[in-house]
Structure formats: structure tokens, C-alpha cells
Design a protein around this ligand. Structure first.
Ligand SMILES: NC(=O)c1ccc[n+]([C@@H]2O[C@H](COP(=O)([O-])OP(=O)(O)OC[C@H]3O[C@@H](n4cnc5c(N)ncnc54)[C@H](OP(=O)(O)O)[C@@H]3O)[C@@H](O)[C@H]2O)c1
Length: 279
């Protein structure tokens, strides 16, 4: 941690709880790498104190903050303005304070697409099938739709998929049980469920029916190589891990708060991966 001056730029992550968040390590890595006079701190804020706390941070001169569970929808409601990414996601994960106003955006979809491209996968190559209908699935599906491709979601609870499709125009819905046979017609599969995450059951999927051009992306990043990604590699399919999405989604906030475009590189990946291994 560098020694701060009185001019230090301040930002942080608001969550409840927040101790599990890797964002302070991630932004701290960049602050040190670029020798920036600034700090990024964890902010544990109870849901009923969210609005008061955000206004207090603004008063205290913070440049902005990330927002995580359970505050993303409350942040959306609190912002004075939100951009298209936040409207599409229905949630805000990045707030920038300027002239007493809060501008909100959602960088998850952007982070997902940036990570795909970093792995040499063109998101516009063809139709995408996204598994899940939670907050992450919504951001990923909306980001993919924005590229102009056909996007279909499949979810265990069909009502959740229908509700999401109702909110996000252009999104198609497929039955959960049809997910394996649909792989032949898609260029990209995304697991945006919590299946495959440490402590959760693996995602059951028959990749033998997949088109050979299918790219398989998992947004789960604990473990780094999920059973789905291992199966994709075993079938000779391109596999895209979820850690990169976590790293890239942090880029726009850091740029806005600290004035530097940070790099997502192997050193950062190793640093955060090592941190994840420690639990
Ligand atoms: N890489 C990143 O930067 C990044 C960012 C955000 C999230 N994530 C990861 O993405 C995952 C989802 O996050 P979220 O915020 O979207 O969570 P969420 O809102 O709670 O949604 C969870 C989703 O998983 C599905 N699911 C849960 N258990 C299931 C099961 N046993 N069988 C089938 N489907 C099941 C749920 O289906 P139902 O609707 O049927 O319950 C729902 O679609 C988490 O693992 C999270 O860590 C990664």
C-alpha cells in the first residue's frame, strides 16, 4: 500500500458482506503497478444504510465505487443517471461520482465480451446459448445481444427465463432439457449458472453433440478450470475461463476513478488466481 498524500483519489467496493470480494486486491494491484496516489477499500454496508452510505462517500470526496451483492438493484435506483449497459442489465455495478451526481453503469457484459475476445473468440461468430437467468446471465445475454447475434437462454426454472426474456427484448428462451441437443446449432455456449462452482454440483451437458466450432465459456471462476471447461477441452472445443471476466469488468471503473487505462495481463491473472487458491 503506497503512502497517500492529501490529494489521494479514493474508491471502493460496497457489499454486504464484502470480505469475500477480490476487488480490493485487483484494484490494489493496479494502483501499485501504476504508482497511483490512491486507495480502493472494502466497504461493508447494510442494505438499509446503502443510500445514506453512498451519499456520505460522495460527501467525503470519493471518486466512486463498485457495488456488489445485494446492492446492485438499489444502486440502479439511486443513480442520477444510468447508461445503456446498466439499463440492459437492470443493475449497476460501477458508480462514478461527479459534481454531486451519481452516474451508474454495469460492466459485467463488457467484461465478458472483452474476455472472450482476449481468448481469440469472436462473439459475433454465430448464435449464442446462455445457461441461467440470474443477474450474471442477464448482463452476459444483454451484452451478447448488443453485438447483433441471436441469443437464447435456458434455465432450470422456466418462469425465471420467461421473466428475463420479458425484460430484455430480443432474447429467446429454450427448455432446460433441450440444452445438449441445441449445441449443434450454436457458436457459443455460456454457463452463467452457479453449477460447477466449488461446493455446487457440476453442469450436466452432453458435448458430443456440439458443433466443432462451438466455443465454451464459463463465468464461474472458482475453480479456475470448471468440470465444463475440462470437458470442452477434452472434446477439442475452445474453452474460455471466467476469471478474465472478473478482471476485465474492473477496467472501466479504474479508468474513471484513477485516470489510467489498466492492463489485464498474465501477472494480474496469476496474482488473483493465487489469491483464489488461498480461499
Ligand atoms: N466471472 C465473473 O466476473 C462473474 C460475475 C458474476 C457472477 N459470476 C458467477 O456466475 C454465477 C451466477 O451468478 P448470479 O449472480 O447470476 O447468481 P444468481 O442470480 O443467484 O443466479 C443463479 C443461476 O444459477 C441457476 N442454478 C442454481 N443452481 C442450479 C441447479 N442446481 N441447477 C440448475 N441451475 C441452477 C439458477 O437457476 P434458477 O433460476 O432455476 O434458480 C440461476 O439461473 C455464480 O457462480 C457467480 O460466481 C461470475
Amino acid at each position: 500500500m503506497p503512502i497517500l498524500t492529501g490529494h489521494a483519489r479514493l474508491a471502493g467496493i460496497i457489499g454486504w458482506p464484502v470480505a469475500h470480494s477480490r476487488s480490493p486486491r485487483l484494484h490494489g494491484f493496479w494502483l501499485e503497478q501504476y504508482g497511483i496516489d490512491g486507495a480502493y477499500v472494502p466497504l461493508a454496508i447494510r442494505p438499509d444504510r446503502f443510500a445514506t452510505a453512498v451519499r456520505g462517500l460522495m460527501e467525503a470526496g470519493f471518486a466512486g465505487a463498485n457495488v456488489t451483492i445485494p446492492h446492485k438493484r438499489a444502486a440502479f435506483a439511486l443513480c442520477d443517471s444510468v447508461d445503456a449497459s446498466a439499463r440492459r442489465a437492470g443493475a449497476v455495478n460501477t458508480m462514478v461520482f461527479r459534481d454531486g451526481q451519481i452516474a451508474g453503469s454495469n460492466t459485467d457484459g463488457w467484461g465478458f465480451l472483452a474476455n472472450l475476445r482476449a481468448h481469440g473468440v469472436d462473439p459475433e461468430a454465430g448464435p449464442a446459448l446462455v445457461l441461467g437467468a440470474g443477474g450474471a446471465a442477464r448482463a452476459v445475454a444483454a451484452g451478447l445481444l448488443e453485438t447483433g447475434i441471436r441469443v437464447t437462454i435456458a434455465n432450470r426454472t422456466p418462469e425465471h427465463a420467461q421473466a428475463l426474456a420479458h425484460d430484455v427484448p430480443g432474447l429467446r428462451v429454450l427448455g432446460w432439457d433441450s440444452r445438449s441437443e441445441a449445441l449443434a446449432d450454436h457458436a457459443l455456449l455460456v454457463n452463467a449458472t452457479s453449477l460447477g462452482m466449488q461446493g455446487h454440483p457440476p453442469l450436466e451437458l452432453d458435448l458430443s453433440r456440439a458443433s466443432p466450432r462451438l466455443a465454451v465459456a464459463d463465468i464461474v471462476y472458482v475453480p479456475l478450470e470448471t468440470p465444463l471447461l475440462a470437458a470442452a477441452a477434452a472434446h477439442g472445443l475452445r474453452a474460455v475461463e471466467g476469471l478474465g471476466m472478473l478482471l476485465y469488468q474492473a477496467v472501466p471503473g479504474f479508468r474513471a476513478w484513477f485516470g489510467v487505462e489498466p492492463r489485464v495481463d498474465e501477472a494480474l491473472r496469476r496474482f488473483i488466481a493465487a489469491d483464489l487458491l488461498q480461499g
